[in-house]
Design a protein around this ligand. Structure first.
Ligand code: IFM
Length: 447
């Protein structure tokens, strides 16, 4: 175990205007699945598929954040963060994903945003963190249907008119690779489709919807900064063999370049288009330019590196490496490598680390929750961010995933990422050691 750095020393590695935050998403914490006119999402339905969620969990109650908004806002404020990243549940504000809006749903997000501002915390919103209105899935195959992209842009415009004057930053999507690949190719996330052609068409429509939404929000005169959040990982070959190098190059293309090339170079990578063959998406004239229009920021979610070989093109750990409770390799160096590679290969807008954190089994000691491994994980990754900044990468902020333990998708409630512990029997929140440390870091004087 490495020594703990004095918090003031770590804090001094960052500029005084660096944004410090914690992140969550709607489906993972809100609960209130049928409250106040909310429509069902694809995740509400997917959780009902036998065997889809490891512990049989659903989002019906989750952390009950919807009913505990005020005390959760106090909890966030108590941490001393300057920003809070949350997502808006589309079917809560527009139950069918088309047609009528739900004032009670919009009202919840107005109270959330106003409550943050009253406490001096900047709201960072994400419009889509995977909870598509179920109706859109049934009507047009969800993101497989081009129409969903237009529906999304309309929803984005409504949100920008209602909340855009008070939100500091809006990301259109969280991790479109996950929506497309885990949802439509591997079928392990909602909507549970297993078809590569459908998945790549869905990925194109997700990116298209980003472009359409940015255009619509700018036309509505939004003041907030606009961008997108991508999950990324440096991909390395498992061995020195040419075959493994080939697999690593392809995996990097599917995971990273498919998104960054489309968004920041205006075209999909030709090697991946060729590799997909008949599964490559249908693209209409003008789509590429729409997708690649300028953004104010890009969010990067980093957890682990990817190791590629012919037998496993996308392993989250090399053999023998230290891993988290998800089986993901702990490799802070992967984050600085990734940031430097992006600086080398792209002209990106300012970067925020919009998610980083770890699942571990917490130890209970005399009523305290000891999670030294999580604390160390966060500290070491912050040092990696500081190193990248020192080497010229424009990183403006860092958000811990996650504020509190929550619904970890196909894993259900078994994996805990929070710096705040949630007792799912009582819904009581308790700061873990990592949370106390993060608070001390944020409250330490910045020289
Ligand atoms: O919990 C998720 C989050 O919803 C998206 N990024 C990765 C996290 C950990 O798996």
């Amino acid at each position: 175990m490495s020594e703990q750095l004095p918090v003031a020393e770590l804090r001094r590695r960052f500029a005084s205007n660096f944004v410090w935050g914690v992140a969550t998403s709607a489906f993972q914490i809100e609960g209130a699945a049928r409250a106040d006119g909310k429509g069902p999402s694809i995740w509400d339905e997917f959780c009902r598929v036998p065997g889809a969620i490891a512990d049989g969990g659903t989002g019906d109650v989750a952390c009950d954040h919807y009913h505990r908004l005020e005390s959760d806002l106090d909890l966030i404020a108590d941490l001393g963060v300057t920003a809070y990243r949350f997502s808006i549940c589309w079917p809560r504000v527009q139950p069918a994903g088309t047609g009528a809006y739900n004032e009670r749903g919009i009202g919840f997000y107005e109270r959330l945003v106003d409550g943050l501002l009253e406490r001096g915390i900047q709201p960072y919103a994400t419009l889509y963190h995977w909870d598509l209105p179920a109706e859109l899935q049934h009507r047009s195959g969800g993101w497989f249907g081009r129409d969903t992209a237009y529906r999304f842009a309309e929803y984005a415009e409504v949100i920008s008119r209602r909340l855009g004057d008070r939100i500091v930053s809006i990301a259109t999507h969280n991790e479109p690779w996950v929506s497309a690949v885990l949802g439509y190719e591997r079928g392990v996330f909602a909507p549970g489709v297993k078809d590569r052609r459908i998945a790549y068409q869905a990925s194109h429509h997700l990116l298209l919807s980003h472009g359409l939404a940015v255009q619509a929000m700018r036309a509505a005169g939004i003041k907030a900064e606009l961008g997108i959040v991508l999950n990324m990982s440096p991909v390395r070959p498992a061995t020195d063999s040419e075959l493994d190098a080939h697999h690593a190059r392809l995996e990097d293309g599917r995971l990273v370049r498919w998104y960054t090339d489309a968004l920041f170079k205006g075209q999909y990578p030709s090697d991946i288009v060729e590799h997909l063959g008949a599964d490559a998406p249908v693209i209409q004239a003008g789509d590429a330019a729409l997708i690649a229009q300028p953004c104010d920021f890009v969010g990067i979610n980093y957890y682990h590196p990817t190791v590629s070989s012919s037998s496993n093109p996308a392993s989250p750990a090399s053999s023998g490496a230290a891993v988290t409770d998800m089986g993901w390799e702990v490799a802070p160096r992967g984050l600085s490598d990734l940031l430097l590679r992006l600086k080398r290969d792209y002209r990106l807008p300012p970067i925020y680390i919009t998610e980083n954190g770890a699942a571990y089994r917490d130890q209970f000691v005399d009523g305290r929750i000891e999670d030294e491994q999580r604390r160390q994980y966060i500290e070491s990754h912050l040092l990696a961010v500081a190193e990248a900044i020192d080497r010229g990468v424009d990183v403006r902020g860092y958000f811990v995933w996650s504020l509190m333990d929550n619904f970890e998708w196909a894993e259900g409630y078994r994996k805990r990422f929070g710096i705040v512990h949630v007792d799912y029997a009582t819904l009581r929140r308790t700061l873990k050691r990592s949370g106390l440390w993060y608070r001390a870091l944020l409250k330490s004087v910045n020289a």
